[in-house]
Design a protein around this ligand. Structure first.
Ligand code: ZN
Length: 387
């Protein structure tokens, strides 16, 4: 399939539009659409929130009659299933669009290609795969959930340059600077859930909330047209998940009382503690215990059931080490501060001692950049997780 320079330009615009939904579409994918006729954009839109119009619908509404004979650039294959407003594929057919270019097919293998097939059956020229890598990068969690039945997992660690995450005493806050912490805010804002362990809750008293900031406002201000009304002061809080085998979390900590939903995952029955936490507004559920913690495979099944796309693991070395040991991660983000904490400080990850170099956890650099005074190192498994 060959695409022209103009095709690339308009799909880039559609990808840019899709990014407006980065913090809001959950659990739906971020999708953008541009309608072009005679070389000019006649309509564009993006999906803002679940339950609201899909990107194609916004673009069609903006274009009106000018959609007739137009080319639609969509970052994800138009849907063919019947939602509350009917499939977008049918809407494109009704509007008389002549050609549809999708960046990628629907990641759900059960429905992949059906939207494009529906368009082709109606005599519309269809093509797929333009800027597909960029389109996939927009929705790693949605894709993971559709293809692997589990969320996309990022493990976030703040460390000194000697790879230490906390003092031996457990004191760990403020290793990195304000810019890195702001960057973590963005990670949280795009995540469906933040996962932590009770040890971190007790030591640091974090809240894991997303605070409304200039960058969220900027994203909404960038909304194209009056068709997309994403609330400017609206911030979606990720689900906060605390792995707490024996329910040691005190009911009055910020992670329980902050705005949004807090889920405590226990491995044992402690009715008194459970009642106190539920009275404080938290949800308590039980999953099988594994060693001193919770069975992480079962946790991911549960988060998948709750339609979590991207999950941010923000915890101490022990729990982070457990995710890595079980191979349950897609990205490790290390925020590295220009400081040394000394050899008695706590390590980056709690991993068992290796007998030989061949047992090492092999990673690959995906991105390295400076964030304020710190470095952000993005690592992925050396062998990509399939598919
Ligand atoms: Zn749709």
């Amino acid at each position: 399939m060959s695409f022209s320079a103009a095709d690339h330009q308009f799909m880039s615009r559609a990808l840019q539009l899709a990014r407006h939904g980065l913090y809001t579409t959950d659990p739906n994918p971020r999708v953008g659409c541009v309608l072009v006729r005679g070389g000019a954009v006649v309509g564009e839109g993006f999906h803002a929130r679940a339950g609201e119009l899909h990107a194609e619908r916004h673009a069609l509404a903006a274009a009106g009659d000018r959609a007739q004979g137009a080319t639609a650039y969509v970052t994800l294959e138009p849907c063919s299933h019947t939602g509350r407003t009917g499939p977008c594929a049918d809407a494109l057919v009704e509007a008389g669009v002549a050609r549809v270019v999708a960046a990628m097919e629907d990641p759900n293998p059960q429905v992949a290609g059906q939207g494009l097939q529906r368009l082709a059956d109606a005599g519309i020229a269809v093509a797929s795969g333009l800027l597909e890598t960029q389109a996939r990068d927009l929705n790693p969690g949605f894709i993971a959930r559709m293809t692997r039945q589990r969320p996309y997992i990022r493990i976030k660690i703040a460390a000194s340059v000697d790879g230490r995450t906390a003092m031996a005493s457990g004191e760990s806050q403020w290793i990195t600077g304000p810019a890195a912490r702001e960057d973590v805010q963005r990670l949280r804002a795009r995540s469906s859930a933040v996962v932590t362990g009770v040890g971190t809750v007790l030591a640091d008293r974090p809240s894991y909330t997303v605070r409304p900031a200039q960058w969220t406002l900027a994203d909404y201000h960038g909304s194209p047209g009056e068709h997309n009304q994403a609330g400017r002061d609206w911030v979606r809080q990720p689900l906060r998940v605390i792995l707490d085998r024996t329910l040691r979390t005190p009911p009055d900590v910020p992670v329980v009382s902050a705005p949004g939903h807090c889920l405590l995952v226990a491995g044992e029955q402690h009715p008194g503690r459970q009642n106190a936490l539920e009275s404080a507004g938290a949800e308590v559920m039980h999953l099988p215990a594994s060693g001193s913690g919770i069975d992480l495979q079962q946790l991911l099944i549960e988060l998948n059931r709750r339609e979590c796309n991207e999950v941010l693991v923000e915890c101490g070395a022990t729990l982070a080490g457990a995710f890595v040991r079980e191979g349950l991660f897609d990205e490790i983000l290390v925020y590295m501060a220009p400081a040394l904490l000394g050899s008695s400080a706590r390590p980056l990850l709690g991993l068992p001692q290796l007998a030989s170099m061949s047992e090492k956890v092999a990673l690959r650099w995906q991105d390295v950049r400076q964030i304020g005074d710190d470095l952000r190192l993005t690592l992925v498994p050396a062998l990509p997780t399939l598919p």
